[in-house]
Design a protein around this ligand. Structure first.
Ligand code: HEM
Length: 379
């Protein structure tokens, strides 16, 4: 195999490669990558469920280039980037708040922001619809309005650049300024306490209910709501539009059909194709032994198409009943934003269709952003 699972993320069609991984190397060491690769459903489940494997290298909990900056402080507080007992408690708080997010309001806001973006006429601003609209909605749900929603959407674009290991010093510096500004924007909503509507009030209410008293990690995880939304939801909308342009599914005629399509695209062409784990203790899978310090690349997008868990996995079928889906992770770090993400992507799609968008407006074979884990078409 000449492709690596990292290069696969941006291939026009990575799925034949993933199918070979699932069939021939479901859990194996990849010398070119310098990491173990978990590809089939059983291996992905086992890896994500293991306490020996952590979300960060134990020796570098925060990337060295942002340690000591506002970006580093936010990063170090994120439930996504930490393990252990405090993470478990804070994750329950975060998940409760997101579980109570008003997805109908999110859909209405997404539709309104989409209409606003389309109002100028001319070429469809796909980038704004994919990245800007979902981030603005989450910002608005967090109480940012009157331009602060758009400012937060721009700032989160700068913040997420510090997350890949390949971030440059300039990107890390921009991320630090963005994190400082995002904290300023979001802190008042946390300090206002748990009264009233909105995501931040839900977060404080959940924290109070769990006797979690520290406010700074709540502000950081509110920044996390925006960063977790940004690339992933852009990929979900983009991959849905590309699936329609390729004729892989019928154009949905109503909101229910749009929702079903988006949720099947989550499995079929995962916006987050892989995630990583770092061994803090020895981890065994079959005959393989992962030593402390070694990495595991978890290919969620390959496991989604494992024929052992999904029948006819290569077919995009919005009518699937109870598919096995790994795109939102599993176990301790499972994504708590799934319903919100699906509501956002479906609302933007329906609004685009209502405005006359047709799949033929898009190329069926776009290029993809050169990212290591998010699959986002360049539209
Ligand atoms: C299509 C969109 C999305 C996808 C594909 C996605 C995927 C994921 C995945 C794979 C993880 C786990 C990573 C790992 O275990 O290594 C995760 C974690 C997380 N996601 Fe999402 N996500 C999406 C949207 C969202 C949204 C909209 C929010 C909130 C506004 C959100 C909030 C989170 C949070 C807080 C975590 C950390 C959970 C933890 O580590 O315990 N996500 N997401």
């Amino acid at each position: 195999m000449t492709t690596t699972p990292i290069e696969a993320v941006r291939l026009p069609d990575p799925y034949p490669f993933y199918a070979r991984l699932v069939a021939e190397r479901p859990f194996a060491h990849d010398g070119a990558l310098g990491a173990w690769v978990a590809a089939d459903a059983a291996a992905v489940r086992s890896v994500l469920g293991s306490g020996a494997l952590r979300v960060r290298p134990p020796a570098e909990p925060v990337p060295a280039g942002i340690a000591g900056t506002a970006a580093g402080e936010v990063f170090g507080d994120l439930v996504r980037m930490t393990d252990g007992e405090p993470q478990r408690r804070l994750k329950a708080v975060v998940a409760q708040a997101l579980g109570r997010a008003d997805t109908e309001r999110a859909g209405r806001l997404a539709a309104a922001f989409t209409r606003e973006a389309l109002a100028g006429g001319g070429r469809i601003p796909y980038e704004e619809l994919m990245f800007g609209v979902p981030a603005r909605v989450v910002a608005a749900l967090s109480g940012l309005t009157d331009g602060a929603d758009a400012e937060a959407a721009r700032a989160i674009g700068d913040f997420v650049q510090c997350i890949p290991a390949s971030a440059t010093p300039a990107q890390q510096q921009a991320a630090a300024s963005a994190a400082a500004r995002l904290r300023e924007l979001l802190r008042p909503g946390i300090e206002a306490g748990g009264t009233g509507p909105g995501l931040l009030a839900e977060l404080v209410r959940a924290a109070d209910g769990a006797s979690w008293t520290q406010r700074a990690p709540l502000v950081s995880n509110a920044v996390g709501f925006l960063s977790q939304t940004y690339d992933a939801t852009a990929g979900l909308l983009g991959n849905t539009l590309v699936a329609l342009a390729r004729g892989a599914a019928a154009v949905p005629r109503d909101a229910r059909a749009a929702g079903a399509l988006v949720r099947e695209v989550v499995r079929y062409d995962a916006p987050v194709q892989n995630t990583r784990r770092f061994a803090a203790e020895p981890y065994r899978y079959g005959d393989a032994k992962v030593e402390p310090g070694e990495q595991v690349l978890v290919v969620l997008a390959a496991a989604n198409r494992d024929p052992a868990v999904n029948r006819d996995p290569q077919v995009l079928d919005p009518g699937r009943v109870n598919p096995a889906v790994f795109t939102f992770g599993a176990a301790a770090h499972r994504c708590p934003g799934e319903n919100l993400a699906a509501a956002l992507a479906a609302a933007v799609l329906m609004t685009l269709l209502a405005a006359g968008w047709a799949p033929a407006d898009l190329p069926a074979d776009p290029a993809y952003r050169p990212l290591a884990n998010a699959r986002i078409p360049l539209l």
